[in-house]
Design a binder for this molecule. Structure first.
Ligand code: SAM
Length: 159
């Protein structure tokens, strides 16, 4: 797969998974947390799919398109491992993490702390969606939509 194909496959997986989980999330109380605002494309998608829901976005620095910048109170800048830890116990309905780098060694480091952080951010029954694996005893893996190849993007429920 070329990097272009890989990128397209990631974008498609993000859209299809977020479209799959948002109707369920809409029926659940709780914040939505966007770990890795980036350009703001998935933030924009979530905002459209979950109108009225508070979405708090995290990143090291603001680099989003002008149309996709959260209100100041919903933007948290800094290292996610540290900043999102302050939200532990918030009982989020959905956590979406798109902080993979494409470098296996760096993503392996992220996998040492991200699953536990997400498990502590979510309410029981809440949904985690991530570009990197979420191996954790409290995160039960769910099947992605048929359009998403195995291990392309990960969906879990907090048990
Ligand atoms: N989903 C976003 C979109 O649709 O535009 C793209 C996210 S981009 C791939 C990943 C973002 O996460 C980058 O902006 C990067 O700065 C941020 N990021 C990655 N790891 C981070 C960390 N440990 N702490 C803070 N920000 C991080």
């Amino acid at each position: 797969m070329t990097r272009l194909e890989n990128f397209i496959s990631r974008m498609t997986a993000q859209r299809d998974i977020l479209d799959q989980v948002c109707p369920e999330v809409a029926k659940m109380e709780g914040l939505v947390l966007e770990l890795g605002l980036g350009n703001g494309r998935t933030f924009h998608h979530l905002r459209e799919r979950l109108p009225g829901r508070r979405i708090v976005a995290f990143d090291r620095a603001l680099g989003a398109h002008a149309s996709s910048i959260p209100e100041a109170e919903n933007l948290v800048l800094g290292e996610i491992r540290e900043t999102a830890s302050r939200f532990i116990g918030i009982d989020a309905a959905l956590v979406h993490a798109d902080i993979g780098t494409g470098y296996d060694d760096r993503d392996a480091v992220t996998s040492t702390w991200l699953p536990d952080l997400i498990a502590r951010l979510l309410r029981v029954g809440g949904i985690a969606v991530s570009g990197t694996p979420l191996d954790h005893p409290l995160l039960q893996r769910l099947p992605p939509p048929p359009s998403v190849p195995a291990d392309r993007y990960f969906v879990c429920r907090r048990v």
